[in-house]
Write a protein that binds this ligand. Sequence first.
Ligand code: NAP
Length: 306
Amino acid sequence: MPATFINGAGIAGDIKKEVASEVAGLKQKGVQPGLTVILVGDDAASSAYVNMKARTCEQLGIRSRKIVIPGPVTTAELLARIRSVNEDDSVDGILIQLPLPKQIDKHAVLESVLPSKDVDGFHSSNLGSLLLGHESLVACTPAGVMELLKRSGVQTEGANAVVLGRSDDVGKPQAVLLMHANATVTICHSKTRHLADITRQADILVAAIGRTAMITANHVKPGAVVIDVGTNQVSDRAEIERLFGKDSVRWKDFEKRGYIWVGDVHEREVREVASMMTPVPGGVGPMTIAVLMRNTIKAARMRRGL
Ligand code: NAP
């Protein structure tokens, strides 16, 4: 039987409803949570993401502000802007939209965000708290994956979990969260040997590598739960035909837009082997925004000791 798709969009919708009701409760206490997103440069995709975040804030009753710094900017100038948002008491959450232009020192920028307002969970203080198992703001995508697993009834305790990718924003926090959830965790990366031998041990496989459809049936243990974090834009006709076939919904999407989003997992193949899997789009992506909203509320509460 083909794997069941985990409905990320639906689960994200449930979380957003929960956030909206929390916002209403906070408003009764005279608190309106606020999120500020800082966008540097004029990347169209980043701008679309920022607008989507602003729209979601609006829907949920969260005050949102967008700071766009279009022209060439230095790290020092950007740090000065972040300092002023850090000092603004009406702001509970600060998000620096990534990627940053090449001339900017990403590490310095992420470290300059006040940890109590770091709703992306990228500050070393929040990552350290996560490692120690202390209450903190946790990176949205890996936290979203944990919610998907929990709300889909996936047992993590005692499970073999393999995380593909060791980035600071996804792979590493994902592995720590799975370990805290009592899974036995293996992390793989570009230097891992005999990758498929390792991934085939996984009861839960999380792919976050940014390699289009690289994870095939050969990488997956029968009955495994497969979470696809990858988001790769594909506009190559032959590749889309190879991955999905010409009579698929994905092909129709491609004909309409000229490109589609494809995950790190070969959906058609893996669906025949896994028990549950996330689709791309509509799996992990919507969860990232929902958890960002939840983190903003969490920051608002924590800053006020509520
Ligand atoms: P990243 O910083 O580029 O990290 C990629 C990781 O994958 C690295 O650890 C790299 O290993 C590993 N890797 C690359 N090629 C590999 C291979 N052939 N075999 C095994 N491991 C390999 O990317 P990221 O920020 O973690 O993001 C990963 C993917 O998730 C991207 O497609 C990104 O767009 C997507 N993403 C989606 C969301 C969402 O909301 N859906 C959020 C964040 C990211 P090394 O460390 O050895 O280089």
